[in-house]
Design a binder for this molecule. Structure first.
Ligand SMILES: C[S@@+](CC[C@H](N)C(=O)[O-])C[C@H]1O[C@@H](n2cnc3c(N)ncnc32)[C@H](O)[C@@H]1O
Length: 377
């Protein structure tokens, strides 16, 4: 935190989230100079005792650091950076969560491998430990939160044994793959494993959200949706092409690893893909394989939650990070169970029950998102 001393620091957005952080002393180590907000009617007012400035005053304020205070603020950060470039300022822009995370004083080795960690609910504390290492996993744009990227980094560095592959599905521009890779190359035992990461990507923007990101980050016009080359270049620029097997195209039509040790799913965007992936759970290693469902705490894609409820006897809930929920495969799942698509055989009432099975582990905000997904069954 020392490097923040004597800097002009502003937060972006007079939000309830900011109020919550200030009320709970989460920012007590930082001296904030004020709030910048796009709403001109707030200009000159105070929020939580901090003066609010309209974003038009950005040039005059000339901040050293701007902290975006909206959860999952990747898009907002892109917009702020554009403004800064336009005004030719040198301000640094960060997601405030990067500042909030604090080192946790637990023996490093106590947590190094969470398969040996007795209290699995300590996943969040484990995440904090990783902060000490502050890996540089930001070169490739990612839709994931910082914490989620740390999780992937952590798993590849400390947990991965090399018995199976890292199944990285739906990599978009390669941000999640970068997080895995940066951990993997520091994994002392697995330094020489070839093509440990199998990275799947369709390579074509199929929705407005992806199109907008491609436009914002790479100036790709909405009618030129193919981003395969960008992802390919991003992965090559990471300098370890021997570690990654990039599999471009529809994941439904590809080869899959015989054994999967870590499965990161950001690809189950249709019921068909979800069901195909469900069948691949047979390739996971009982007692070892970790599954990360990135779209679990999300108001859409209810069939993902239904699948996990259906397979509740086989997976153990480990914890949640951002929108992701992490599971450990407890025991082998018989193929006849995996070949049943629960969405096709159960009545709506039963599907709702399966969908909500893990709600008991979620906090109120998470439950609200999952409740919205329930309405889509
Ligand atoms: C939410 S994005 C992934 C974000 C990424 N994990 C990151 O770190 O930024 C989901 C990705 O899944 C890809 N996708 C969707 N359907 C697919 C399919 N059938 N086969 C392969 N990839 C697919 C999309 O093209 C999209 O890039």
């Amino acid at each position: 935190m020392d490097n923040l001393k004597n800097k002009k620091i502003y937060v972006w957005g007079a939000s309830n989230y900011l109020k919550d952080l200030l009320d709970n002393n989460k920012l007590s180590n930082i001296k904030l100079d004020g709030i910048i907000d796009n709403d001109i009617s707030k200009d000159g007012q105070f929020f939580c005792d901090l003066p609010i400035y309209h974003s038009e005053k950005l040039k005059k304020l000339n901040p050293d650091l701007i902290l975006a205070t909206v959860p999952n603020c990747a898009n907002i950060i892109i917009d702020i950076k554009k403004k800064i470039n336009y005004l030719q300022l040198n301000s640094e822009v960060k997601d405030i969560s990067e500042i909030l995370l604090k080192p946790y004083n637990m023996s490093f080795f106590e947590c190094v491998k969470f398969r040996y960690c007795k209290n699995k609910s300590k996943l969040n504390q484990i995440m904090s430990i990783i902060q000490r290492e502050l890996p540089n996993i930001y070169t490739v744009y990612s839709m994931l939160s910082v914490k989620e990227k740390y999780l992937l980094y952590y798993l590849a560095k400390y947990y991965y044994s090399g018995e199976g592959k890292i199944f990285d599905a739906g990599i978009f521009l390669g941000g999640c793959t970068e997080a895995f890779l940066k951990g993997l190359i520091l994994n002392k035992k697995q330094k020489d494993v070839k093509k440990a990461i199998w990275a799947y990507e369709y390579g074509n923007a199929t929705d407005l959200y992806n199109e907008r990101l491609l436009y914002n980050v790479y100036n790709i016009e909405p009618n030129q949706n193919d981003f395969t080359n960008i992802t390919f270049t991003n992965l090559n620029d990471l300098k370890y092409p021997d570690k990654i097997k990039f599999i471009q195209g529809d994941i439904l039509k590809q080869d899959y690893p015989d054994k999967i040790e870590i499965m990161f799913l950001d690809v189950c965007k249709t019921p068909e893909i979800n069901f195909r992936i469900q069948q691949l759970f047979s390739r996971m290693i009982p007692g070892k394989s970790v599954l990360i469902q990135q779209d679990y705490i999300y108001e859409n894609l209810p069939y993902i939650k239904i699948t996990m409820g259906y397979l509740r006897d086989y997976f153990e809930y480990i914890g949640s990070i951002g929108c992701s929920v992490v599971f450990l495969l407890k025991k082998e799942i018989p193929m006849n169970i995996l070949n049943i698509n629960p969405c096709k055989i159960y009545p709506k009432e039963k599907l709702i029950e399966l969908h909500n099975y893990y709600n008991k582990y979620l906090n109120e905000a998470q439950k609200i998102r999952v409740l919205e997904s329930e309405y889509k069954i």
